[in-house]
Write a protein that binds this ligand. Structure first.
Ligand SMILES: C=C1C[C@]23C[C@@]1(O)CC[C@H]2[C@@]12CC[C@H](O)[C@@](C)(C(=O)O1)[C@H]2[C@@H]3C(=O)O
Ligand code: AKG
Ligand code: FE2
Length: 341
């Protein structure tokens, strides 16, 4: 038997992964689940960020009706003829994209819309997205972003309190800032026919999210996997009523590596399409990102050099999806960061 250690290129260079080595599924016992109304929530969040860089949130307060409305709007857009969708693409980086992810040759079994959190700052491609969709879609996008931003800030404040970061809005104020570089991504992974030799298509290849925090909500189709501490992949059971939270690269730096930005990927499903919506909470472009002084007072203990979010973003956009982007900003670069397939 041939044992594949890396995804292999398939048609359109979309990678495929063998299903004969199934990955374990995280159970409700092993995945950290945080109930935001629980008095223990703060310490559970910090533990989950240290152990996984990932957790699930229930009782978050975002209206289920709003999630469904946004999902329906996204489905409406993705159902449009290619010619109309393509008027909003290719993404720059905002707008509509199909198969191509980012500017450096990455591809996946996916189509998506990427929107700036400040929808008032229109670009030709985002205006084209909203031209093809009813006004209620734009309203759903705006209402949803307001609500998830609040949840992001609440989570960041709970982390700050538990870590003893003063003032407690040190992290959340970057996302709350009117110049915050946050964005919303709506992803559609169409069903993928089963490949020969039981191979499954990669929808979104392995990567970490560059920002501070990501809040992911999907329909009930599986596909999301995270890379855990021992380097193996585990499948995350979907739950359309909850959020899945990813620690991003910027938060890893600000906690000097105490929190890990989680490597994750999405595999396509043979029977059901997956629709996900991810809010990426990012700092303003001019914000300086470095380990927080109150956590690491002595500069010689810093694992990372200081950089602005603008510098990190431009370096990220020169990288491939699976690259270890923090490497360039480490004081002593680490050697290996790959997950096993
Ligand atoms: C290949 C790329 C796509 C990406 C920008 C990048 O050059 C590397 C990071 C990618 C990523 C992953 C998380 C988010 O989905 C995203 C919007 C982001 O901020 O960084 C994407 C970028 C993208 O698709 O434009
Ligand atoms: O679609 C998903 O479930 C995750 C997508 C993702 O990781 C991303 O958009 O950065
Ligand atoms: Fe991601």
């Amino acid at each position: 038997m041939v044992v594949l250690s890396q995804p292999v290129p398939f048609d359109n260079h979309i990678s495929v992964i063998p299903t004969y080595r199934p990955v374990p599924v995280l159970t409700s016992q092993s995945i950290p689940v945080v109930d935001l109304t629980d008095p223990e929530a703060k310490s559970q969040i910090v533990k989950a960020c240290e152990d996984f860089g990932f957790f699930k949130v229930v009782n978050h307060g975002v209206r289920p009706e709003l999630m469904t409305r946004l999902e329906q709007g996204a489905i409406g857009f993705f159902a449009l003829p290619e010619s109309l969708k393509n008027q909003a693409g290719p993404p720059e980086p905002f707008g509509y994209g199909s198969k191509r992810i980012g500017p450096n040759g990455d591809v996946g079994w996916i189509e998506y819309i990427l929107l700036n959190a400040n929808t008032q700052l229109s670009s030709p491609k985002t205006s084209a997205v909203f031209r093809q969709t009813p006004q209620i879609f734009r309203e759903a996008v705006e209402e949803y972003m307001k609500e998830v931003k609040e949840v992001s800030c609440k989570l960041l404040e709970m982390m700050a309190e538990e870590l003893g970061i003063e003032p407690r809005d040190s992290l959340s104020k970057m996302v709350r800032d009117e110049k915050s570089d946050s964005c919303l991504r709506l992803n559609h992974y169409p069903t993928a026919e089963e490949e020969a030799e039981k191979m499954v298509k990669v929808g979104f290849g392995e990567h970490t999210d560059p920002q501070i925090i990501s809040l992911l909500r999907s329909n009930n189709t599986a596909g999301l996997q995270i890379c855990v501490k021992d380097g193996s992949w585990v499948a995350v059971p979907p739950d359309h009523s909850s959020f899945f939270i990813n620690v991003g690269d910027a938060l890893q730096v600000m906690t000097n590596g105490r929190f890990k930005s989680v490597k994750h990927r999405v595999l396509a499903d043979t029977r059901r399409s997956r629709v996900s919506m991810i809010y990426f909470g990012g700092p303003p472009l001019s914000e300086k990102i470095a380990p927080l002084q109150c956590l690491v007072p002595k500069k010689e203990d810093w694992l990372y050099k200081e950089f602005t979010w603008s510098q990190y973003k431009s370096s990220a956009y020169k990288s491939k999806l699976g690259d270890y982007r923090l490497g360039l900003f480490e004081k002593q670069p680490l050697l290996t960061h790959r997950c096993t397939v």
